[in-house]
Design a protein around this ligand. Sequence first.
Ligand code: HSE
Length: 320
Amino acid sequence: MAINSSANTYQKVQAFAPATMANMGIGFDIMGLAFQSLGDIVEVARHDEADVVIVDIAGDGGKLPRDAHKNTATVAIMAYLKEIGCTDGFAVTIKKGLPLGSGLGSSAASAVAGVVAVNALLGSPLRKEDLLPACMEGEALVSGYHADNIAPCLLGGLLLVDGITPDCVLRLPIYNGIHFALVTPNISVLTSEARSVLPQSISLKTMIKQTAGIARFMDALHRGDWSALARAMEADEVIEPARAHLMPYLYELRQHAKAHGALGLVISGAGPTLCAICASDDVAEKVAIAMSDFYRTNGLEAMSFATQIDTEGARVISAE
Ligand code: HSE
């Protein structure tokens, strides 16, 4: 598809894309949700040259690539421009709200915010769900081809994602009343490292247990039974045991969070962020503070916050 971008109205658009949690514990590479409040902002502006350049990146401590061919946001933007047949040039500014290598979908958020911004700037030639493949190209640079962060980041909510095209995304029901407490210790875990420690095969017995865990997750979700949901999320016997050594104090924090009222705790994505499932905002606030205090007592700096599911996903926050 070729478009006439000069017919469109905007010169500069900013988009926000939320933090996400992949896996939900039991659903490795096939489930994810978006969190309220935290996220990345990407601004895309027209410029005179026919290429995509990065003007500035804030909030990454200088760690992310400034080369547009190596950054998730600009690679995703270039994939989008190629898809729609647009050869215009764009200047991109990235404001990182999410810590890198944290298990909160940081690379996905930059890719999604970039594509949502440039699509809006060009007059939205593609529907939101059709932005998924271009966003995926950015995320694939650092995480490979699985859309369990990209899809909820783009579309919001709690999603089942069993492929990388829009038809592979199923929106799961969400009932009010599920809250989360997140804690991110001040260490970074590369997704590539967290994937390299995973087993390449599992026994039939383990496969049956994992399948049962997913079935219990779906049942609990449809009944709005958050205790059963948390138990199902924790039932993973494949991924968590293989990654536990990369997550400081995982098992101790699970006990600590539960002692403060949490229903369960899982690794968020590839970690090291840990996510406690809670039945109220009050409990989530208390658990978040208790978890970061626990890390500090044990010599690790950590940030924590209480949040809920973001049902909207990435959105334009300014256009001029
Ligand atoms: N499902 C992915 C993983 C998420 O756990 O490795 C991180 O990209």
